[in-house]
Design a protein. Structure first.
Length: 225
């Protein structure tokens, strides 16, 4: 994970800490807000791991009890060792396998969170995340007006929060951080990847559509200049 990818993910969580009245944070140390976001990430990782361990323990206990209570073992003398038995692929067992897969996904998510938290200690990640958050706070009105312009009648406050914040991050990059020399296509593609990771099934195409229009308008303005 490169520094900008980590900074975008960290910014996404930081945006959720701002609330609706973002202007009240103008004079607040942005790093304080970012640190709180990292703390939230760490707690989420711990919670995911603890939840996964609990689910795995339950499945292990279920299989052990199933083996002990199986007729092949119930009919054996007490002094004889428990013998392995086949586990039936019933709907119940399938459900437990699904739970196992969900636990594995939580572990992967926790590992991803740990990576982002670790990256947040790097100065360049903090610096870029601070730029994203500060630029959004300073330009919220313009950014949200841009989203409204291309969201086909949907008011920005009615959009899914995750979609709205991903759009805000990318529009900050497209319109207000040109000194960073980030290719527009990279910024748009990163936003689409964030949408695939955190949004709904429709999020990525929705976000891609809006950002492509923002890009086309930006390109048109540059041609006229």
């Amino acid at each position: 994970m490169n520094r900008r990818t980590a900074a975008r993910e960290l910014s996404l969580l930081t945006f959720s800490q701002l609330g609706k009245e973002v202007q009240k944070h103008e004079n607040q140390d942005i790093l304080d807000i970012i640190e709180k976001s990292v703390d939230t990430l760490t707690k989420e990782a711990e919670s995911n791991l603890q939840s996964s361990v609990r689910e795995l323990s339950k499945i292990r206990e279920y299989i052990q009890n199933y083996e002990i209570d199986h007729s092949d073992n119930m009919e054996k003398p007490m002094e004889e060792a428990i013998i392995p038995v086949a586990v039936p692929m019933t709907s119940d067992m399938t459900g437990r396998i699904d739970t196992l897969l969900e636990a594995a996904e939580k572990i992967y998510a926790a590992m991803d969170i740990v990576t982002i938290s670790g990256m947040s200690e790097r100065e360049e990640v903090k610096e870029y995340c601070t730029k994203l958050v500060k630029s959004f706070i300073e330009n919220k009105k313009t950014i949200d007006e841009t989203i409204n312009k291309y969201s086909k009648g949907w008011d920005v406050e009615r959009l899914m929060k995750i979609d709205r914040d991903i759009l805000r991050i990318s529009i900050v990059e497209l319109l207000f951080l040109e000194d960073e020399n980030i290719p527009d296509a990279v910024s748009i593609n990163e936003a689409v990847e964030l949408a695939k990771k955190y949004g709904s099934e429709e999020s990525s195409s929705f976000i891609n559509g809006i950002l492509r229009q923002v890009y086309e308008e930006k390109k048109g303005i540059k041609k006229l200049a």
